[in-house]
Design a protein around this ligand. Structure first.
Ligand SMILES: [Zn+2]
Length: 421
């Protein structure tokens, strides 16, 4: 009897050491961008220690705490993780505290065997990138292509925001047919996540928002004056871009999705300023990870880092991202991008073990608290793609779009179906 008891204790102990090894693997594989966090995170047999700038232990997570904390953090905002960890610091949580954490966990999706719809009960958030669908709005965020062809007889005009919104709407429709509950972070092709266009937001909410940030003490007088008077382009890049992304992240996290699909369309960066078409076309997907020292030093950067380190979200995101890029490549006939194919892949990303999947610490990648894929299906400025994307000859349930967008939406849908198979 004693022997069995001892074996159980040893097995439990080894399993906990195993949890630390899994986190360490995740750190090396996905998070530690070119060794920048080597001195900031320390692993030993019993604990993971996050250090502050002067090398002192700031936060510690012990082996027996990993599972409970990971599950708890999946239902927390980064502010809640931050406040929890600042309070905990390097204290050990009692069995009672660990038990009480389990009460706060979010319910994860399990297939409903009674339902004839395979995704019944699944919550999917979809973020359609950008918002400009006319030259005025799109001029601020610079997410459109205007290519005048040589004979000057023909102008090709493509708005990424329109393509992402159509793709999101179709993906939503396909997923809902399978029983999923789907949330879109913006409601119309020309809308920001604030339920209005950028132009309307500027007219109706700009000054009010800046004033309230000033009153709350999060913006000083100089900044307030600057942002109240600058032009729309400068306002977008100095303030609105991140402000609006924060709103998307908040809306998505409030929905508590099981998975999040972020939809973008890419261009060939070497074809800037995109006055002509390009013969290049690559497909890729992004997932969270690739933290630099800078990202880590910000308080909420560290909170998101810890969630990604101890939870299984990164491994699951790699799986979903790999399934998605495989569909892009196979179903759209586009080669998967290698690191050398784009500067940002070589310089800002970590290559994963799945071809075409890259860890990139984009704003939404670190802020969205769920398994995710961030898709860049194709290059819009490719000479063949632009001809397909400019068409508007397909009507699906009252929405005008084209066959290429429908094919991309099918890829996202098929990847989700494969993921839950
Ligand atoms: Zn984009």
């Amino acid at each position: 009897m004693k022997k069995i008891f001892l074996i159980i204790i040893i097995t439990a102990h080894l399993a906990k050491g195993q949890d630390i090894n899994v986190c360490k693997q995740r750190f090396n594989q996905y998070l530690n961008y070119h060794g920048q966090l080597n001195n900031a995170v320390h692993f030993d047999q019993q604990s993971i220690r996050l250090k502050n700038a002067s090398g002192k232990n700031d936060w510690c997570v012990y082996a027996n705490e990993i599972k409970a904390l990971a599950a708890y953090f999946e239902s927390c905002s980064s502010a809640e993780i931050l406040s929890f960890m600042n309070k905990k610091a390097c204290q050990k949580l009692s069995a009672k505290q660990l038990d009480s954490l389990s009460l706060k966990q979010k319910k994860s999706f399990t297939k409903n065997k009674q339902s004839n719809k395979p995704l019944a009960g699944l919550k999917v958030a979809i973020d359609a990138g950008h918002f400009g669908t006319n030259l005025k709005d799109a001029a601020a965020e610079q997410k459109f292509l205007k290519i005048v062809r040589e004979n000057n007889a023909d102008t090709l005009l493509i708005f990424e925001s329109l393509l992402t919104f159509q793709t999101a709407s179709l993906t939503k429709m396909y997923l809902e047919e399978m029983g999923a509950e789907v949330f879109l972070s913006r409601m119309q092709a020309n809308y920001t996540s604030f339920n209005c266009s950028f132009d309307d937001w500027m007219k109706n909410h700009r000054q009010r928002t800046l004033d309230s940030l000033f009153v709350a003490g999060t913006m000083n007088k100089v900044k307030l004056n600057q942002l109240s008077t600058c032009n729309a382009y400068k306002f977008f890049w100095d303030f609105f871009r991140e402000f609006e992304l924060a709103n998307r992240a908040k809306k998505i996290n409030d929905f508590q999705p099981d998975i999040t699909v972020i939809i973008h369309y890419n261009v060939n960066e070497k074809n800037a300023p995109w006055k002509k078409t390009s013969d290049k076309n690559f497909t890729m997907t992004f997932m969270p990870g690739a933290f630099t020292k800078n990202d880590f030093d910000k308080a909420d950067g560290k909170a998101n880092f810890l969630r990604l380190l101890i939870s299984n979200q990164l491994n699951q995101s790699e799986r979903l991202s790999a399934l998605t890029v495989n569909h892009f490549s196979k179903d759209l006939s586009i080669t998967k991008a290698q690191s050398a194919d784009a500067t940002y892949l070589a310089e800002n990303c970590l290559k994963t073990g799945s071809e075409g999947v890259y860890c990139r610490n984009l704003y939404l990648c670190r802020k969205v608290n769920s398994v995710m894929v961030y898709g860049e299906a194709l290059y819009q400025d490719n000479e063949k793609e632009i001809e397909m994307l400019r068409k508007n000859d397909l009507n699906v349930n009252g929405m005008q779009t084209n066959l290429r967008v429908q094919e991309v939406a099918k890829c996202y849908f098929d990847a989700v179906m494969d993921y839950f198979k």
